[in-house]
Design a protein around this ligand. Sequence first.
Ligand code: NAD
Length: 308
Amino acid sequence: MAAASLLRFDERVVIVTGAGNGLGREYALAFAKRGARVVVNDLGGSVSGDGSSNRAADTVVDEIRAAGGTAVANYDSVVNGQAVVDTAIKAFGRVDVVVNNAGILRDRSFSKMTEGDWDIVHQVHLKGSFAVSRAAWPHMRKQKYGRIIMTASTAGIYGNFGQANYSAAKLGLVGLSNTLAYEGAKYNIHCNALVPTAGSRLSASVMPEDYANAMKPEYVAPVVLFLCHESCEANRGVYETGAGWVAALKWQRTEGAKLQSAESSISPEKVRDVWDSINDFATASTVDSMNGTASLAASPEANVQQFD
Ligand code: NAD
């Protein structure tokens, strides 16, 4: 393929959170290789979110610079999103792309899960992604350009044993992504959710070694780069990827049953009697927006002016 058609990021400033290890490291290296100036954010703590160190971020910044690229380190927790974005503005004067990737795990069965396990996972994944994106938002709005990635998980989409805290936060990120996509559209800010699978220190406890080898983080990075390129029109998407496979996800809704009418009212018995057909996906359709749901008469587009 001609070099001219390569997807480049010259002049772009990219923040990758949690870029000191695993997937984030691959994203940072790949963006830098294609000309981006990169903020390598990493708190440098353990998988469970304890401790901190500059080493993780510094190592990746050194790797990027050694390869001739441009990067600066930031060691703040993503919860302190303003500080992460300030690093980009101070070093490079702008921010074009935010890849919300930092993450931890506190896996336990629900019966053993503490409030602390719940809170810290929500802080890092959900609050952290909010905080960094919120701090970048005014810059993106002003320049009428931005690309944001929220990192979700199959655990959030489908559920997984031992991950009640994590799965709730991860599906929360899909909701956040969907709404930012609406609010950002007119400023050319696109937001998409990524559902990656890759061998990393985070997945080491649940992934056998040969499986992890087939699921290299470098197979995920190209998907993130495409989604974050100025030529990519994707917005409000959810993309599942791993091992070099990429797919799009959407909700499905069954035809349903209307059980209330002027002549007769909905009742528990009526619900019971048509339960099989309510759950019959044979004639289900994909659902793309709140339009057509029972609860909202107006479209989200109609809400834009009200909340803008
Ligand atoms: P990883 O542990 O290799 O890397 C995560 C990085 O985030 C670490 O370097 C860590 O220090 C950093 N980090 C943690 N808390 C932070 C904070 N508060 N502020 C800044 N940095 C922080 O994990 P990974 O597998 O590369 O995961 C990256 C993302 O992908 C996570 O959001 C994870 O939940 C998600 N994910 C991964 C998989 C997988 O199969 N690896 C699957 C689904 C989702």
